[in-house]
Design a protein around this ligand. Structure first.
Ligand SMILES: [Zn+2]
Length: 357
């Protein structure tokens, strides 16, 4: 699922394409894509409005429109945004279209249909997006932006010390920090040499500092590299390259870039977590408390049940560890290539519509 760097990249690509354009209509083929209104009411509400700004808050794109309105786009699992000429072929996965006055369309393509688009008002006093005038802010429950220049180590510490629990679920908690998801939580914890199951109360000040710096540097680098193009993520200007720089995410069984021991995978709160259990140690107390979760840990070769396995699953049962590791790597390469081919096909039409006609 696209996280802060991917969503930021989509917003940056979109901005020069659509700011200044006027929306003249909207078509929606999957009503549940809309958070707040019926397709008809939505089309009526956006028609005639000019796009004034494109930004991001947490994992959502925010498109400010004239007259104090704003659209939010949550890409969720498979959402993609393209700007294409109106006569470009439209595939069946396009769920919502904003028709622009200059003959182009903003198309929201979403294979799995989890994506959401909201239409809100911007409160003239607070500047917050709200459902109704004076109503609750849309992003009220979302934590601070980790890359906000005003967000300091001191703020991070204060927030951290108010929390309990383990680091991985905490980093994924959007009320703690905005925009971090599974990929960058794993990468930040590895960089900071902190075990994902470490509890917050065992952190010492240097640990807190390393985590703060790791989260910010990973996210900043990922934005620079236009995000990680894994599975369905792509942006209007094309794929990102951060996936080539990931150290542990989806690298189960491969050597840890720091110590050479195999990267391990464990499921924490139903999410795959990747770590090096040598570089990311647990305190004895945390280890005892986390033993049930750690029992499920794998290095992509031997499952707790004793069968050889890997990302390729059942196909590698009965092979040697080296063969299994090779099969795992091959399966990942094939999956990545398949996903890239699908993305390229979808992006081709978008590239054609890069410049206003
Ligand atoms: Zn290591």
């Amino acid at each position: 699922m696209p996280e802060l760097p991917e969503v930021e990249t989509v917003a940056r690509d979109l901005r020069p394409r659509i700011v200044g354009a006027t929306i003249v209509g909207a078509r929606c083929s999957w009503a549940r894509t809309l958070r707040t209104r019926s397709p008809e009411a939505f089309a009526e509400a956006v028609a005639g409005r000019r796009v004034e700004a494109v930004g991001r808050r947490a994992k959502q794109i925010v498109i400010d429109l004239s007259g104090g309105a704003a659209l939010t786009v949550h890409l969720k699992m498979t959402g993609q945004l393209f700007v294409v000429p109106a006569d470009a072929p439209e595939d069946p996965y396009v769920r919502l279209v904003l028709e622009l006055g200059d003959g182009r369309e903003v198309r929201f393509r979403d294979i799995r249909k989890f994506g959401k688009i909201g239409l809100y008002g911007r409160d003239p006093v607070s500047g917050e997006l709200t459902v109704d005038v004076g109503g609750a802010a849309v992003f009220a429950a979302i934590g601070p932006e980790p890359l906000d220049p005003g967000f300091t180590l001191r703020d991070f510490r204060t927030r951290l010390r108010r929390r309990k629990g383990r680091l991985k679920p905490l980093l994924l908690d959007q009320s703690f920090l905005a925009g971090v998801g599974n990929i960058y939580a794993d990468e930040a914890l590895w960089t900071a040499r902190l075990h994902p199951l470490r509890t917050v109360r065992t952190l010492r000040p240097p640990d807190e500092r390393r985590l703060f710096e790791a989260v910010r540097s990973i996210l900043a680098e990922a934005i620079e590299r236009r995000g990680s193009s894994i599975d369905d993520y792509t942006a209007p200007d094309g794929d990102g390259s951060m996936q080539e720089r990931l150290q542990v995410y989806q690298r189960t069984g491969e050597p840890c870039p720091r110590c050479g021991r195999p990267v391990k995978r464990v499921v924490i709160g139903a999410r795959s977590t990747h770590l090096c259990s040598w570089c990311q140690r647990l305190t004895p107390a945390d280890r005892a408390a986390a033993s049930v979760i750690l029992r499920g840990m794998t290095d992509g070769r031997r499952r707790p049940g004793g069968r050889w396995t890997g990302l390729a699953g059942e196909g590698v049962v009965g092979r040697t560890p080296a063969e299994a590791e090779q099969a795992t790597r091959r399966a990942r390469t094939e999956r990545t290539q398949r996903a890239a081919a699908t993305r390229r096909a979808a992006a081709r039409a978008s590239m054609a519509g890069s410049t206003p006609s």
